[in-house]
Design a binder for this molecule. Structure first.
Ligand code: GCU
Length: 467
């Protein structure tokens, strides 16, 4: 079996929605997954009815051997020829100044992403009170660290039936002479946990390809930075069934979403902002130098976080694929139709479903390059694995183009884009500009790209000396 075939069978063995873990599931877990799936499908159908949609186009299969396999042939990828121009206002006028970007064009793009793609974050979200659950002086490899377990308790006085807590881990070098920069990662639950399965092969959150002596956490500690891990599913489930629970359900008082209400990606990003609120109160952290990293669905969450939260200083966006920085208008790998299905629609606004029927991806008012543009002028590193090891589902070139076509906005703001629209060969790092891209030769992980990301990040982020 080819590598992509192995990857596919590893992943698709577990249903898209529900609990994913290693090894066989218990009958109780199977029935929980079945219940969740039925509830997600019912919510998805109800949203279709609200939108007056009778039928959706099905997405292609992630199995390269399937008769309806996703396209992996570049010559068939460009069915749509033009992308929305991030520098042209809806009235047709081209903008030429940074001021026009901030005052006019950026708000237009934000409104389109809010209404049609990721949904609107409610104007008022409940207050979060952070509690330090435990503090421990410990050692990671040879690095002395202060490890904190934190819990963000979300005020549920408006609807006590739903209880929400944000789980966060923070590790800072114990020998720092001042507040340190921190990279926060969106953490998958391992070995088992309330997350949905998908493309991601079962592997621990640290890279399996990097030597054990240099986990990403240790690479950060070696530079005098800290790291944090936020667990998105602690405050918003990774399935449609959970949309009436978690932070989305709490704000809606247990009622279903409206078509432009926020989806899980924005809810996850909301939690990251609340973690940043906490960092602003912790003397060990330099809250002006906090970055965000995520892989796959959390790569999507990481770029959404960067786009909507200006306090994040840098983004490391791993294999975000469709719904992340991959151009929606490319017929290659995962498609809009897949994300609009009952297995994944919960990441997005209900309105996004429309683009899988009757509308098409070409009708989207914005595309993924404009999401990257919303991160400008801050640095964003776009990461991908190898097409033969990771597979073609994430569409590395589509993600590269998402970065490349954001360039004009960075340039308008006095920064540098990727510097080319030509897709580089594998392991060629494009890191000279403020948007960066690299395809490593490993699988579905950011692991092998951490050293390159950190070298690039050094230009922006400075750690205090260690004592
Ligand atoms: C699936 C899904 C992707 C997603 C991935 C993951 O493969 O189609 O969009 O990024 O799961 O998060 O593991």
């Amino acid at each position: 079996m080819c590598k992509t075939g192995i990857l596919y069978s590893l992943l698709m063995a577990a249903p898209i929605v529900g609990l994913a873990q290693f090894g066989p599931r218990t009958p109780e877990q199977d029935s929980l997954i079945a219940r969740q799936q039925r509830k997600s499908q019912a919510d998805h159908r109800a949203m279709m009815a609200t939108l007056n949609i009778k039928e959706l186009r099905p997405g292609p299969s992630g199995n390269p051997q399937a008769p309806n396999a996703a396209n992996a042939d570049e010559s068939k990828a460009t069915t749509y020829t033009s992308l929305p121009d991030p520098l042209t206002l809806k009235n047709g006028k081209k903008i030429t100044t940074a001021n026009e970007w901030w005052q006019k064009r950026r708000p237009e793009i934000v409104e389109d992403f809010d209404r049609e793609i990721y949904g609107r974050m409610p104007a008022n979200t409940p207050k979060v009170t952070w509690e330090v659950v435990s503090t421990k002086d410990t050692v990671d490899g040879s690095y002395p660290v202060m490890l904190k377990q934190l819990l963000g308790r979300v005020d549920n006085s408006a609807y006590p039936a739903i209880k929400v807590n944000i789980e966060l881990t923070l590790a800072t070098p114990a020998n720092a002479s001042g507040p340190v920069p921190v990279m926060m990662s969106y953490g998958f639950r391992f070995p088992a946990g309330p997350r949905s399965a998908g493309l991601r092969p079962p592997q621990p959150p640290t890279s399996t390809t990097a030597p054990a002596a240099s986990s990403w956490q240790q690479q950060l500690l070696a530079k005098g930075w800290g790291y944090a891990i936020i667990y998105p599913t602690s405050y918003q489930a990774d399935n449609g069934a959970g949309l009436t629970e978690g932070i989305i359900g709490l704000v809606n008082k247990g009622q279903p979403r409206k078509p432009d209400d926020w989806g899980a990606l924005r809810a996850w990003a909301w939690g990251a902002s609340r973690a940043l609120d906490y960092f602003e109160t912790d003397k060990a952290v330099d809250a002006k130098q906090v970055g965000i990293e995520g892989l796959s669905r959390y790569g999507k969450a990481a770029v959404v976080t960067m786009a909507y939260e200006p306090r994040f200083a840098i983004g490391f966006i791993g294999s975000s694929g469709e719904g992340g920085v991959k151009i929606h208008r490319r017929t290659f790998g995962e498609q809009v139709e897949n994300v609009a299905s009952s297995a994944e629609y919960h990441w997005m606004a209900g309105n996004f479903i429309k683009y899988a029927g009757p509308l098409t991806p070409n009708d989207l008012p914005v595309d993924a390059h404009e999401l990257v543009a919303l991160c400008a002028p801050r640095p964003v590193f776009i990461s991908s694995g190898s097409p033969t090891v990771e597979g073609q589902w994430v569409d590395a070139k589509g993600m590269f183009l998402g970065g490349a076509h954001a360039g004009p906005v960075y340039e308008l703001l006095g920064k540098k884009g990727l510097g080319t629209t030509e897709f580089p060969s594998i392991e060629t790092a494009l890191v000279k500009g403020d948007i960066a891209f690299r395809q490593h030769s490993g699988g579905h992980t950011t692991g092998p790209n951490w050293p390159t990301f950190l070298e690039y990040a050094d230009r922006y982020i400075k750690a205090p000396k260690s004592r």
